[in-house]
Write a protein that binds this ligand. Structure first.
Ligand code: DP6
Length: 349
């Protein structure tokens, strides 16, 4: 017999960034973070897990190509899910699996990203969230999403926030074993459904410094990181929660832009400095800042992760259309500064 389950998880974009670990093995962060989960139709991972007594080993295929499962992060997720697996019975198919049987049953996993191949956008958040969710489904795990998020966290920190739609907070937690470092939903996908997210793809190349090694260098060398994690982020998180609750775009946009800029300042404060943004990224920031300043209130928010691509958040479709017009004017397609645009609508998360 073969038992199968399929799941789909979208990626998420942090508006208060996670950068820096206090425990590398368990992936415990130095500060809380807040994100918005994207619409799964645009950027998501779809994973099918099959279990069968005839599988001699665990195997995985990513976008059709077999990949190695020897990495510690994958093994942590699989181990944590196996620990929580429950008895399963399907009389019609003649399947009966006792709790202790799961230890000896192997999995075959096939995962696909629907990210446009040229987008060069991070996929580990959606990938690990989906992997943990689907493994949990096939192994009859009864734990809630909070518990699953703390397992996904051990695959990739930002993955814990992709277990929920809408606005999500990753609470850093205090315990050494990481059991209180998990994601909670601040507001569901219907709460602020006018927001429109546009990703301007500046470069589809793989980033030069991975998040994992970048944040390790930052923790070791940046004096600014401590100030950010201990003094700035705690109060910023409270303000952001308030802005989300009240759908206050003005505060939301100011906090989002400020946090992106401080994250990149911390990267610059790292030795050797890490440059994730490029000239085109900087020009996009100027364009938005000038526009926002000329109107007296923020029209659009920008945020950049560990790469040069801009994530732009507009309060509604009308402003999003204006933004696209401006981007096309300042970055004409023939100049090839921007390779493509992805338009996501938070309302259909
Ligand atoms: C800049 O979650 O990719 O996107 O935990 O080492 O896998 P690891 O790092 P990862 O880092 C994401 C960093 C970020 C900010 C964020 O998503 O909060």
């Amino acid at each position: 017999w073969v038992l199968m389950a399929t799941g789909r998880s979208p990626t998420n974009i942090a508006v208060i960034k996670y950068w820096g670990k206090r425990d590398e093995a368990l992936i415990l962060p130095v500060n809380d973070s807040i994100s918005v989960t994207l619409d799964p139709d645009h950027l998501s991972a779809t994973t099918t897990v099959a279990v069968s007594p005839s599988f001699p080993s665990d195997r995985m295929w990513l976008n059709g190509k077999e990949i190695s499962l020897s990495g510690g992060r994958f093994q942590s997720c699989l181990r944590e899910i196996r620990k929580r697996a429950c008895e399963f019975e399907d009389e019609k198919k003649g399947i009966k699996i006792k709790k202790e049987d799961w230890e000896n049953l192997h999995v075959h996993i096939a995962s696909y990203n629907n990210f446009p191949t040229a987008a060069g956008l991070a996929s580990s958040a959606a990938g690990f969230a989906c992997l943990v969710f689907t493994l949990g489904k096939v192994m009859n795990v009864k734990e809630d999403y909070g518990e699953l998020s703390s397992i996904a966290r051990q695959g990739s920190g930002s993955a814990c926030r992709s277990l929920y739609g809408g606005f999500v907070k990753w609470c850093m937690g205090k315990k050494d074993d990481g059991s209180d470092s998990l994601a909670v939903q601040l507001a569901d996908e219907t709460h602020w459904n006018d927001l429109v997210i546009i990703i301007a793809v500046v470069s589809s190349k793989q980033k030069e410094t991975s998040s994992t090694s970048g944040m390790r260098d930052t923790v070791e060398t940046s004096p600014l990181l401590q100030y950010r994690a201990q003094t700035v982020v705690p109060s910023r998180v409270l303000k952001m929660e308030e802005a989300i609750k009240n759908r206050d775009f003005d505060s939301f946009a100011k906090l989002t832009c400020a946090d992106s800029n401080q994250f990149h300042a911390v990267c610059l404060d790292t030795s050797p400095p890490i440059f994730y943004m490029n000239d085109t990224s900087h020009r996009i920031i100027s364009l938005v800042e000038k526009w926002n300043h000329s109107q007296g209130t923020p029209q659009v928010a920008y945020t950049f992760d560990a790469g040069p691509n801009a994530v732009l958040i507009a309060p509604n479709r009308k402003t999003a259309a204006l933004l696209l017009q401006k981007l096309l004017y300042y970055f004409p397609p023939q100049d090839k500064n921007l390779s493509s645009y992805l338009v996501g609508d938070k309302s259909i998360l």
